[in-house]
Design a protein around this ligand. Structure first.
Ligand code: SAM
Length: 222
């Protein structure tokens, strides 16, 4: 999979892309993530990317020209162009799974008061929000999307089913998990997990996932 990110703050991606699973996924060639500075798509001396909104009002807007130029340079026949915006569709595990099937995703990160509306009109296939709050710019939100998508690509996690039991993947939250030691500060691991009875373990996990979801996220059961 190829991912191109358009942002005014490429350095925000350095940490997330250079650690752990995202780093290894790039090194193994399972994903290629390229981060582009939108200022590189300006042609004036001061590399201006913003301007005042028509009609007045506070703040600045991102100009359309650098974004159009960047997308038109990078776009292929199979590209999906995504705009990060708090007004977009909620970013869910289902949407992450859908993105993970796409060969090429271009992610546009806004800043200031957002982007000129013509970007949405002419370039964007999907608008995505990571939650009902407003960030200063789209780079952190795009890093969240890249992380959630890349871990779903085949071979990126340790084994093929690595993400299959995760919360939301099954429609439920994952149940509680334990590792060694079997007793820690008076808290014992449930006996069933030590029993070696795989059927009993699977039933216990399914019950725990169901009851945890009912308790914490009843909306997922509707
Ligand atoms: N004025 C815009 C509005 O009210 O919809 C908010 C602009 S926000 C300060 C600047 C940029 O941050 C947005 O263009 C978007 O790219 C990004 N952003 C902020 N919150 C976000 C969220 N919850 N999800 C995705 N992107 C977000």
């Amino acid at each position: 999979m190829d991912i191109d990110v358009l942002t005014l703050f490429p350095r925000i991606f350095e940490g997330p892309l250079e650690e752990s699973i995202l780093k290894r996924a790039q090194e193994s060639g399972r994903v290629q993530v390229r981060v582009h500075n939108l200022r590189d798509y300006t042609h004036d001396k001061h590399r201006v990317v913003d301007d005042r909104p028509y009609g007045g009002g506070p703040g600045m807007l991102m100009k359309p020209e650098p974004i159009f130029e960047a997308v038109e340079k990078l776009q292929r026949n199979d590209s999906c162009v995504v705009l990060m915006t708090p007004q977009g569709a909620p970013f869910t595990q289902a949407r992450a799974q859908a993105f993970a099937k796409k060969p090429h995703v271009i992610i546009i990160c806004g800043h200031y008061e957002g982007v000129d509306e013509r970007v949405r009109q002419a370039l964007v296939h999907e608008e995505v929000s990571i939650g009902d709050y407003v960030l200063t710019n789209g780079a952190l939100a795009a890093a969240v999307v890249v992380d959630a998508v890349v871990r779903l690509l085949p071979g990126v996690l340790g084994h093929e089913d690595g993400a299959a039991d995760d919360s939301f993947a099954t429609g439920l939250l994952e149940g509680p998990q334990y590792t060694r030691p079997p007793e820690f500060r008076g808290m014992r691991v449930p006996e069933v997990l030590l029993s070696g009875d795989h059927g009993a373990v699977a039933r216990w996990r399914a019950e725990q996932a169901e009851s945890r979801t009912k308790q914490r996220r009843p909306d997922l059961l509707k």
